[in-house]
Design a protein around this ligand. Structure first.
Ligand code: FMN
Length: 314
């Protein structure tokens, strides 16, 4: 019954991981992808994407942070996986779902869904390169432009020795179209023996309940819903224990935005902080109507200190 926080490039970084895991409910996080091309990625890049490596690779609240690698060369990926473990990564996740054109052109991410054999080779090489005690996982979509090979891809992941598989219940061509195809999570879950972690469109406790009912999966990974409803994992963990908890108020959420901005302000440029605040407000609008007004006001501002005044107005 694990709840994992999804990797989300440009959105869920160490600041947000810290905030969301402190609220509670998460059993693990995954970094944004580390792009692997033809050599060992410098230590500073691993530490930039996973500053938690400096502190036992857990967030401040003690939630482990697994490193995600994206690439297509089994040998180089294996070398980088071993290096990431040497740096302290508690697990390695392999990205076979990224839809980005640039990434796919260089043969990484979702384009590999067309080559289950290559997926098998990559995972086998990574599995062999890291200690048995280090979990290796793969995050897939249902296919590139169809679902015909979904089971073949999932079997390749299992046969290569992955400890678990995360399935984003869409094809690459589906993009982020709603609804996610939860029924496919069930077909894959029935076919495999390793845990299948359900991902896609779990945005509320009710979505969680229905996704588990349809798929038969036990574990979930939450993506955008974690950002638009910052206490979603906590609500789900209460639900798992047959309890309910009061949802976060808008004033609690706006304090989180201020906190994130202040934490970032020691190292990050004001313009970038404002961009991140606007990005988060835009996502909060679907759950908190108050976020709309704040977004409209903040988008006109040029510095974070003025945004604080808007966010404090609640
Ligand atoms: C902005 C953004 C960035 C993402 N970055 C990554 C990434 O770095 N690695 C990855 O495996 N998936 C990435 N994803 C996919 C998510 O992890 C997740 O699979 C997807 O959003 C579906 O889950 P959701 O419907 O709960 O959001 C990204 C998604 C979004 C929207």
């Amino acid at each position: 019954m694990k709840i994992l926080l999804a990797p989300m490039e440009g959105l869920i970084d160490s600041y947000l991981r810290d905030i969301l895991t402190k609220i509670g409910g998460y059993d693990g996080c995954v970094t944004e992808f580390v792009r692997v091309v033809d050599k060992i990625v410098p230590k500073k890049v691993f530490h930039r994407l996973c500053p938690e490596l400096a502190a036992t690779a857990t967030t401040a609240s003690g939630t482990p942070v697994v490193i995600q690698l994206l690439g297509s060369d089994p040998v180089v990926l294996a070398e980088n996986a071993a290096y990431a473990v040497e740096l302290g990564a508690p697990g390695i996740d392999l990205n076979f779902g990224c839809p980005s054109k640039i990434v796919n052109r260089k043969a990484g991410g979702a384009v590999l869904l067309k080559e289950p054999d290559r997926i098998f080779q990559i995972i086998s090489a990574v599995r062999a390169a890291v200690p048995c005690s280090t979990p290796v996982s793969a995050k897939i979509r249902l296919g590139f432009d169809h679902t015909d090979s979904a089971l073949e891809i999932a079997h390749a992941v299992e046969d290569a020795g992955a400890n678990y598989i995360v399935v984003h219940a869409r094809t690459k061509m589906d993009g982020y179209k709603t609804p996610a195809r939860w029924e496919w999570l069930g077909y894959i879950n029935d076919a495999l023996t390793i845990p299948v972690v359900a991902n896609g469109d779990i945005n509320s406790v009710e979505d969680y309940r229905r996704c588990l009912e349809i798929s038969g999966c036990k574990d979930v990974m939450i993506g955008r819903g974690a950002v638009s409803r910052p206490d979603l994992a906590r609500q789900i963990s209460y639900y798992q224990q047959d309890e309910s908890c009061e949802a976060m108020s808008w004033s609690d959420v706006s304090s989180l935005l201020i906190h994130m901005g202040k934490e970032m302000s020691t190292t990050v440029a004001d313009k970038i902080i404002l961009g991140r605040i606007k990005q988060w407000l835009a996502m909060l609008k679907s759950v908190y109507p108050e976020a709309q007004n704040c977004f409209d006001e903040v988008r006109r501002l040029s510095c974070f200190s003025k945004a604080i005044l808007v966010l404090e107005k609640v």
